[in-house]
Design a protein around this ligand. Structure first.
Ligand SMILES: [Zn+2]
Length: 91
């Protein structure tokens, strides 16, 4: 495990205590989704507003039309991504 990853996960643990017991599971899920490396490399962006995504502001992601769409925890982005998910025929 790289020093950066350890540092980031440690910061994450300190900030979000509820998720602490699931940290290993979370990083595994993020890695499987292809999100862990882009987030740690600071190249992942919110698919709605373009804000750089971190472990702190990542609210979730969905696969829409075969594309991974991560989004941040701003209320407007969560609302917009929900609309994307439910709007029929949206491309
Ligand atoms: Zn956003």
């Amino acid at each position: 495990m790289s020093r950066t990853l350890m540092h980031t996960l440690k910061r994450f643990r300190n900030k979000v205590s509820i998720a602490a017991v699931h940290d290993d599971h979370l990083s595994s899920i993020l890695a499987q989704a292809g999100l862990l490396e882009p987030i740690l490399a600071a190249t992942a962006k919110c698919s709605t507003c373009g804000l750089p995504l971190t472990l702190e502001n990542l609210a979730g992601w969905l696969i829409h039309n075969g594309r991974l769409q991560p989004f941040c925890d701003r209320a407007i982005c969560v609302t917009n991504i929900s609309a994307t998910e439910t709007r029929p025929g949206n491309e």
